[in-house]
Design a protein around this ligand. Structure first.
Ligand SMILES: Nc1ncnc2c1ncn2[C@@H]1O[C@H](COP(=O)(O)OP(=O)(O)OP(=O)(O)O)[C@@H](O)[C@H]1O
Length: 317
């Protein structure tokens, strides 16, 4: 079956200390050659501590940032960066901070209208019908359309953000910490809405979050990122319960409580992104480190069933 989303050797570096002539002084490797697939109808959770490359990956996937190299395919079609509307019609982004992601000078109607006009050329009664449908889909009252973003609570604003993303009729949503800015009481409502929309519209989700309990609850599979690389992927019920990569174990051990972020895992030393180690990037923090770990970057390989890890000593802890 064709994957909903497939990335192949996707890479992004950033030049630091640019000079007018000649090469930059240094390069940060934000995303190292990364390959994975997301199956149709699946939710892939993406976790990892701050700076591991989650946002850079997400921004490449929605066409906001050009990759340094590699390929992005949606439903078997390679995305062409020369055609940003092609990205827009297939893959959309829901932002972490719902209120500030909405233009404060535009009414909600203007915000929702833009993708319908620009990507689908809708106008007149067809436009009105589609706006009404979208508002109903996210359980918002039609009279809200004439209001401005600051008049809404976080939960309502996130529903508007979701309606705006759906206006493009995408196949895939990138949900970047979609509930972490919301009150706990509202988080479940928004998560339920997302689950309902996914089933109804046959969507595929990438769900990025620091909150392991939320990721575990909403995902079918989970991908763990460390220092710009995928270090483990597998079924949601396996990855934290029976981790194979020592970094996943560290995350799982440090966030046992629902709603608790990845606090404890931040205590170790991350390598210097300007001067990455020659072997495994986790070697400096790993209790099972050996000579091969310092010499050779481990490749992501199948450990058991659908569980993959990039470790020279998987599960040995
Ligand atoms: N525009 C940029 N210029 C230089 N370095 C960058 C740029 N954007 C990101 N980076 C670097 O790339 C790496 C990955 O950053 P990224 O923001 O993707 O991580 P993240 O996992 O999303 O973190 P967070 O959860 O804090 O948003 C970091 O080392 C970061 O400093």
């Amino acid at each position: 079956m064709t994957a909903a989303l497939k990335i192949t050797d996707l890479t992004r570096t950033f030049a630091i200390g640019k000079r007018l002539f000649g090469p930059p002084k240094a390069r940060v490797h934000a995303v190292n050659p990364m390959s994975f697939e997301v199956r149709a109808g699946e939710t892939l959770g993406i976790v990892g501590e701050s700076g591991c490359g989650k946002s850079t990956l997400a921004r490449m996937l929605v066409g906001l940032l050009p990759p340094t190299s590699g390929q992005i395919e949606i439903e078997g079609r390679a995305l062409d960066r020369a055609d940003p509307a092609a990205f827009g019609r297939l893959i959309q982004y829901v932002f972490q901070d719902p209120v500030s992601s909405l233009n404060p000078r535009k009414t909600i109607r203007q915000i929702i209208e833009a993708p319908l006009r620009n990507l689908h050329g809708l106008h007149g009664p067809a436009l009105d019908t589609r706006i009404a449908e979208l508002f109903e889909a996210v359980n918002l009252r039609p009279e809200f359309l004439s209001r401005y973003p600051h008049e809404f609570s976080g939960g309502q604003a996130q529903r508007i953000g979701i309606a705006r993303a759906l206006a493009a009729s995408p196949r895939i949503l990138i949900l970047d910490e979609p509930v972490s800015a919301l009150d706990v009481s509202v988080q479940a409502q928004v998560l339920n809405l997302l689950a309902e929309l996914k089933a109804r519209l046959n969507l595929t989700y990438l769900f990025i979050s620091h909150d392991l309990a939320v990721v575990e609850a909403v995902s079918d599979r989970i991908a763990v990122l460390y220092f710009g690389s995928l270090v483990e992927t597998g079924p949601a019920e396996k990855v934290f319960a029976a981790p194979r990569h020592p970094y996943t174990k560290l995350l799982a051990d440090s966030a046992p409580v629902v709603g608790r972020p990845l606090g404890g895992a931040q205590s170790g030393e991350l390598p210097d992104p300007l001067n990455p180690p020659s072997g495994c990037a986790f070697a400096g923090r790993c209790p099972r480190v050996s000579d091969i770990c310092r010499a050779e970057v481990p490749k992501l390989r199948r450990i058991e069933g659908d569980q993959f890890a990039a470790c020279h000593h998987p599960g040995e802890f």
